[in-house]
Design a protein around this ligand. Structure first.
Ligand code: ADP
Ligand code: MG
Length: 388
């Protein structure tokens, strides 16, 4: 990144590079903003932000993906408002850093990423966390504070009422491990996955326009479900606080749609624990079955799937060596995640791509899900990938 950086900004003096990964969530979807459990892995797909001081009082941010450069006077940044533009993500982070008492210094930033945008692999959190480290430029912020600050950036400035999962896993990801996050206590434990299996993500290559507005609707529907639950369980603060059995006692009193939304969240949170237990027993078919149950619940009760995702899941389940498959991320497009035998990956990738192409006339991108470390400064520049 040094040469293109120097060409663009004139100097690369004082250049440092920061990396933050994307993720796939193995199970526990739409549970994070309900204070439940999730089980993501950080990927070796990541966003890299190269940063060096600028000498003219400006903040400049260039995205290679967008081939677009933005520029502001550093003193004007605090008063900027959201523009519904990609720069809202780093600017939202800058705002939260200022609010947390960090001075923002004039700098040039260059963004390179191997995380596909808008594909449910969390390019947004990867951009937020890598930008935060670049703005901080070596100043320290506790890891949990870093994740929470980036979540606030997305909620307050971008306007997306997201949970903590994406920013949390981008900070706390660990090589060889999935990370079970308790989205209420904000603690986590590392989960080592059975050696006989691996995961791949398959990209539908679509993002339906519904994604943003439907997400906000679901957040509100969950709040309505909590209100209903409180009529019988007044101590419940969120859907996390009721078991599936308790929820079924209340369900007949709820509006039918609200009952289905709540049922997804309550059963999904329970599935995370069951998946981790099955994993520790090496119960591969149990793990796979839970992934499929998760998908059906997202498809029918939560209604955040789409024809392309359903097709990929159904097609995957017919292929050799596959234990389970489900949509991953917010839904309405983006990726599925499939659990399968490592020796089946090559044939699976070929066959699922062919089936998808026949159905939708689009070639799906396929990514191995290799659990990787969370965000950090890049010390060895040779590990930075080439421009995409
Ligand atoms: P996801 O997080 O699943 O990839 P989101 O809709 O949450 O999907 O975030 C995608 C948005 O993040 C993009 O539309 C863009 O605004 C921003 N973004 C992510 N990566 C980059 C990048 N490398 N350059 C510019 N903008 C990016
Ligand atoms: Mg996102």
């Amino acid at each position: 990144m040094i040469e293109p950086f120097r060409e663009r900004f004139g100097s690369a003096e004082g250049l440092r590079v920061f990396r933050a990964p994307g993720r796939t969530n193995l199970i526990g979807e739409h549970t994070d903003y309900n204070m439940g459990f999730v089980l993501p892995v950080a990927l070796d797909l990541a966003t890299y932000v190269a940063a060096a001081p600028s000498r003219d009082g400006k903040l400049r941010i260039y995205s290679e993906h967008r081939a677009e450069a933005m520029e502001w006077d550093i003193d004007a940044v605090a008063a900027l408002t959201p523009q519904h533009h990609w720069s809202d993500y780093p600017l939202g982070v800058a705002h939260e850093l200022i609010a947390a008492g960090f001075a923002l210094h004039p700098a040039n930033l260059m963004i390179r990423s191997t995380v596909p945008e808008g594909s449910g692999l969390s390019s947004s959190a990867a951009l937020e966390v890598s930008s935060a480290l670049a703005f901080l430029n070596g100043r320290t912020l506790e890891p949990l504070e870093l994740a929470k600050l980036c979540q606030r950036a997305e909620r307050n400035f971008v306007g997306m009422p997201c949970g903590i999962m994406d920013q949390y896993i981008s900070v706390f990801g660990r090589e060889h491990s999935a990370v079970e996050i308790d989205c209420r206590s904000l603690g986590h434990r590392l989960v080592s996955l059975p050696a006989e299996i691996t995961f791949v993500a398959v990209n539908t290559m679509v993002k339906h326009a519904l994604a943003g507005s439907a997400y906000k609707d679901r957040v509100q529907e969950c709040a309505a479900a909590v209100k209903g639950v409180q009529t019988q369980f007044p101590e419940a603060q969120s859907l996390r606080d009721v078991t599936p059995e308790q929820f079924e006692q209340v369900a007949p009193t709820l509006h039918e749609l609200i009952a289905r939304r709540g049922r997804h969240v309550v059963t999904e949170t329970a599935r995370v624990g069951r998946f981790v237990d099955a994993s520790s027993r090496g119960d591969l078919s149990g793990m796979g079955a839970l992934m499929v149950q998760s998908h059906r619940s997202l498809q029918h009760d939560y209604e955040v799937s789409c024809a392309e995702l359903d097709f990929l899941v159904d097609a995957a389940l017919k292929l050799e060596g596959v234990f389970g498959s489900r949509m991953t991320g917010g839904g309405f497009g983006g990726c599925t995640v499939t659990m399968l035998r490592p020796d089946a990956v090559a044939a699976f990738s070929r066959d699922i791509a062919q089936a998808y192409q026949q159905q939708f006339a689009v070639i799906p991108a396929i990514y191995p899900c290799k659990p990787s470390d969370g965000a950090a400064e890049v010390k060895n520049f040779e590990t930075i990938p080439a421009a995409q």
